[in-house]
Design a protein. Structure first.
Length: 89
């Protein structure tokens, strides 16, 4: 009554080359909030075909290193930020 149809009808009317090319393969990408938001956004962008440039890759590596290395190591084992601090150890 509202003009809808059975979902199977979509497969019947869609050209086979589009179906074979993966048109209906990924219908959704899960995205999460909170501490997982940034990663979810990156995975969504990647699923849509985005590719990071060199600068973005380096920035992400630095960010992840700082975030995870400082939170998981005891204070006396924290990574050093510069050469002078490294010489004092």
């Amino acid at each position: 009554s509202l003009g809808g149809c059975a979902f199977a009808r979509q497969f019947e009317t869609t050209p086979q080359e589009l179906i074979a090319g993966g048109l209906y393969q990924d219908l959704a990408v899960a995205c999460f909030a909170g501490i997982h938001r940034e990663v979810s956004r990156c995975l969504l962008a990647k699923a849509l075909g985005a590719r990071p440039g060199r600068e973005q890759e380096a920035s992400l590596r630095r960010s992840l290193f700082v975030r995870f290395s400082r939170t998981s190591l005891p204070a006396q084992q924290q990574p050093v930020d510069d050469e002078e601090s490294a010489r004092r150890i």
